[in-house]
Unconditional design. Structure first.
Length: 142
């Protein structure tokens, strides 16, 4: 699936995204610095029902958000691997534990530890078209 998204279209994109990915839990977010990974993740979290403050986990590595899913509390982990130097560091930081926790996980800079992602991972490739438009390619598992 490929689409272009503006800031004004993020809410609509998020609705369509969650309908399309069904019960997927792990999302690898690919894109250059400033491509809009965190902005898109925040929109997807809001659509899921996260109401708390969200921010980039560049320094904390893992942020945890809580949402309400039909009366049942759920967890979303937002992870940023940018500062980590190896797959071993990623594992030591607890990223692998979060990925296999059955919670929803968004992982920025997944190329830092490709070995921790399984065949069920949804990959999103985000590319700036211009200042306010992003091209998003979503690769669903086969």
């Amino acid at each position: 699936m490929e689409c272009t998204v503006t800031l004004e279209e993020l809410e609509d994109f998020s609705k369509r995204f969650w309908e399309r990915v069904n019960h997927a839990r792990v999302f690898a977010m690919h894109g250059t610095m400033g491509a809009g990974k965190t902005t898109i993740i925040e929109a997807l979290c809001r659509e899921k029902g996260v109401r708390s403050h969200m921010s980039s986990p560049t320094f904390s590595i893992i942020n945890e958000y809580v949402f309400n899913d039909g009366g049942k509390e759920g967890v979303i982990y937002h992870m940023d691997l940018y500062r980590l130097k190896s797959e071993e560091e990623v594992i030591q930081a607890g990223v692998e534990d979060a990925i296999y926790s059955k919670a929803i996980c968004f992982v920025e800079w997944p190329e830092k530890a490709p070995g921790i992602f399984d065949e069920h991972t949804v990959h999103l490739f985000i590319e700036p078209v211009n200042e306010s438009v992003r091209k998003v390619i979503i690769e669903l598992p086969t």
